[in-house]
Design a protein around this ligand. Sequence first.
Ligand SMILES: *[C@@H]1O[C@H](CO)[C@@H](O)[C@H](O)[C@H]1NC(C)=O
Ligand SMILES: [Zn+2]
Ligand SMILES: [Zn+2]
Length: 348
Amino acid sequence: MDFLTLFGIYVVVVLTCIALVCRYSGQQHSPLNSLYSFALKRLASITPKWLQKFSQWTLHRLFHQRSNAFIYLHILLEGAVYAEFTYEVFGFCREMDTTLISLSVPYILLAIKTSFFYLCIKTDPGTVTKKKVAGQLHIYSYDRRLFHPGISCSTCQLVKPARSKHCRVCNRCVQRFDHHCVWVNNCIGAQNTRYFLLYLFSVCAMAFDIALLTVDMLLHVVLRTGLLGASYLDENGQRQPAGFLFVVQHLFLTFPRIIFMLGFLLFVFFLLAGYTMFHSFLAVVNQTSNEWYKSRGYVCQHCHPSTVADILCSPVPDHSKRYYYSRGVLRNLGEIFFPPQPVQKKDN
Ligand SMILES: *[C@@H]1O[C@H](CO)[C@@H](O)[C@H](O)[C@H]1NC(C)=O
Ligand SMILES: [Zn+2]
Ligand SMILES: [Zn+2]
């Protein structure tokens, strides 16, 4: 199989995985949804019954029950990238006189990322429990728009604090619920949104740094071997200058694994950078993605279009504004990084 075929297969697999993750970990109202159900109907008519049953079972296990599958997949992909980096790129970079300090940055980032990843997985996101619920009810005020006082969760049999939501995967109510993330097999809520944000930033930094070192190495190779100025003989025996495409093709064939890794890293970087921007934005305006999805439909009733001023400085919540939760960037971020703890009543 030649490289391009392999790469094509790889891109299709990755895109399918991403579509599945978006479909199953995201909200019900995603634009992918209708496309997905359409594709599913088409597929269902041509796949045998047992295969349908099996895939349904697998999808259920992966996305509707807690499972560590994505944590393992995460570690596997990361391991593959770091193995390739250490095994090939590192050596080439040393030959190109890249300093040891800049070559050790990816490993430092890996250590930082792993600790946030671990904290994200291990921290209790803010489960609403019988013991804590009395304290949790006082942390956020009910807006009487998305959250109304006095409503109980039918599964947990506890009064729902403002901003909480029942996670169907974990089967518990979570305070300041954002979403359930399959990659960390945990909900993202009041107590671990900070780790989640830092984790996202560190993954982006990691992918970006390794990609940068790799591009730097490839540029060095191109310049050192004088590839840009090279020429070749065409079928008529004429000398032709080697163009940009020729160089790309040459690199593809000389360093297939490195190019493969670079493609993967750039893909992950752009995908995650967008996602990180979205979550940073939410943090800055004091919203969870759950509230963001829910309030999209709500705003249109008597709304002003949202303005940057709304987001940046709005000392008093104003119901006519899109981001009326926001009390200014610093306070919003403060609440994420130092989440208010429920005051627990002493048992007596
Ligand atoms: C964020 O919004 C909630 C209402 O949902 C509010 O109770 C809380 O005080 C807000 N936080 C900040 C820092 O403004
Ligand atoms: Zn519940
Ligand atoms: Zn969950």
